[in-house]
Design a protein around this ligand. Sequence first.
Ligand code: KIV
Ligand code: ZN
Length: 403
Amino acid sequence: MADKQVFIFDTTLRDGEQVPGCKLNTGQKVEIARQLERLGVDIIEAGFPVSSPGDFQSVEAICQAVSAPTVCGLSRAVEKDIEVAARALRKARRPRIHTGIGTSDSHIMYKLRSTREKILERAVAAVAYAKRFVEDVEFYAEDAGRTSNEYLARVLEAVIKAGATVLNIPDTTGYCLPDEYGAKIRYLRENVKGIDKAILSTHCHNDLGLATANSIAGVQNGARQIECTINGIGERAGNTSLEEVVMIMRQHSDLGLFNNINTRLIYPTSRLVSERMGMPVQPNKAIVGANAFAHSSGIHQDGVIKRRDTYEIIDPLEVGVDHSKIVLTARSGRAAIAYRAKNIGHNLTKNELDVVYAHFLEVADRKKEVEDADLKQIISQAVDKAVGENLPGLQRVSTTGKT
Ligand code: KIV
Ligand code: ZN
């Protein structure tokens, strides 16, 4: 069973916080880190300590605030960065230094202005240096998505020898297709000597909307850690969404993979991160968007009212959302009106429903969404009109418990 566990590495407070305008103070970061601990993440990437005194302080504070998860600090393959990360992590019960360097030809030639051989040496030196401070050292091969598999395998083999415990394979630019990314992970598993001594990790960006698919392709091919953020926040189009990969593993038990996340805390955690960062969640966002469990077309509403799983694959309670929503719009049918009327205390007969429905459609064509207060008014107007016209069956619009 152990090799079927996928470790959840949350980088909301590092990669996620790189989003413009989403800066958090230390108190807010500690609050989120505590929530991530309750959620059950295995590793919290708390920050990039050398980047600013504030980030250093936040990493230190998080180390003292949480006890179960590993706390990780990012560094470049630079001795000063590694020393500062090690200092920030001193009080962590389980410290991890995450160090690495760009390995794609594009990064080597244009960003680092170096050669493959020199980069390989720097990678090894960085891991060996980090090992002086902590046992748990994760190596990232930046832009691994666009790095040749053969060269990547050479780098990884060398950093494993230097003591790397986790090998991060970032698709930094969100370029890969799922098959390609999955094949890369498989290639590394099959061709890197000593690979069994380390855990392979996915770290996928969402530039083409494929971050989740790529992460899942990664674990299907042998990766055992997923790096992700709450609400998928992160640089540019963001990172892999924690809530998506966790729920995919849960819904597809056929994958045979499990993780430690308490899924009932997903929605409250999503709200907390969104509020503290001032970063709204798009309404159609999978799992945590406002419309993720809302039904507005008549056909769907009829199905969900009869049996929830006709149009919902996840019970909202499982992710901490109270209930599914039946939203009243001009596309809604009689079943939805009867359902929502009952919820506000009106058990409509068939005749009553016909009259109320006709009034409802007039209102719904004018308004985007019909709320409970509107529906109450529609029902009472329909009744008044019916009583005035003395229509059969309409004198008695009944309120539950009353006539
Ligand atoms: O996307 C990336 O390559 C990263 C690394 C620094 C891990 O965030
Ligand atoms: Zn990243």
